[in-house]
Design a binder for this molecule. Structure first.
Ligand SMILES: [Zn+2]
Length: 219
């Protein structure tokens, strides 16, 4: 089922980060309040031991949970959301493979061009960038929890070359994987992280911006 490749700890990290890019892939159910939420919900975070994760709403509701009034996890914001969700779930399931946009498009049953446009229109980013984000999240998780080397993490997170790994990691966290680990691998709220990245990107020169189009996913 969707999102099943994420471990409990990874889902926990995404809800601590209020990461809307995982909305719809899983739901956080809070045993004490009997409420379920989107990963991006800004309500006060529950204690870890009070949390259960569900991959589909029907299962959370069958277990007696009700939707959160604040984040409204049962509401789809757009009629196109189903396609985006399918594409995201496919990416989260297959990020370790040499994933091509064509594979994602085939899975979603849209043309490559249309999927790319729709995904961008709905989420503000391309599927390629989303794939990169999922890989960086996996790498950050391994830096936080494992003793593996940067090189092992690079491949385990689905990157094909260390240079792509380092560039992508810096693009999302504004530091190297080693620095991130040395800082204690902090989980930052997504909106704060993105704002910080924007500020830092604005300070970068045009040459670096040129490098940002380096593609990890083949078109
Ligand atoms: Zn909520």
């Amino acid at each position: 089922m969707t999102g099943s490749r994420l471990s409990f700890e990874e889902m926990w990290e995404r809800i601590m980060a209020c990461d809307d890019r995982y909305d719809g892939l899983f739901f956080t159910a809070v045993k004490t309040t009997r409420i379920y939420c989107r990963p991006s919900c800004r309500s006060r975070k529950p204690k870890k031991e009070n949390v259960d994760f569900y991959l589909v709403i029907s299962e959370a509701e069958a277990a007696g949970y009700r939707p959160c009034k604040r984040c409204q996890p049962q509401v789809e914001h757009s009629p196109w959301n189903g396609f985006v969700l399918l594409a995201r779930a496919f990416i989260v399931e297959h990020y370790r493979e040499n994933l091509l946009l064509k594979d994602i498009a085939e899975h979603v049953k849209l043309s490559v061009h249309y999927l790319d446009r729709l995904f961008k229109q709905e989420t503000g980013e391309t599927p390629r960038l989303y794939l990169e984000k999922v890989r960086v999240d996996r790498a950050a998780h391994l830096l936080r929890w494992s003793e593996k080397s940067n090189l092992e993490i690079c491949y385990e997170a689905g990157f094909h070359t260390p240079s792509n790994f380092y560039k992508a990691f810096r693009r999302h966290h504004d530091c190297s994987p080693g620095e991130y680990r040395n800082q204690g691998a902090p989980i930052m709220r997504e909106d704060i992280r993105r704002k910080a990245l924007k500020r830092s990107a604005a300070a970068e020169n045009a040459e670096y911006v040129g490098q940002m189009v380096v593609s990890e996913i083949g078109y």
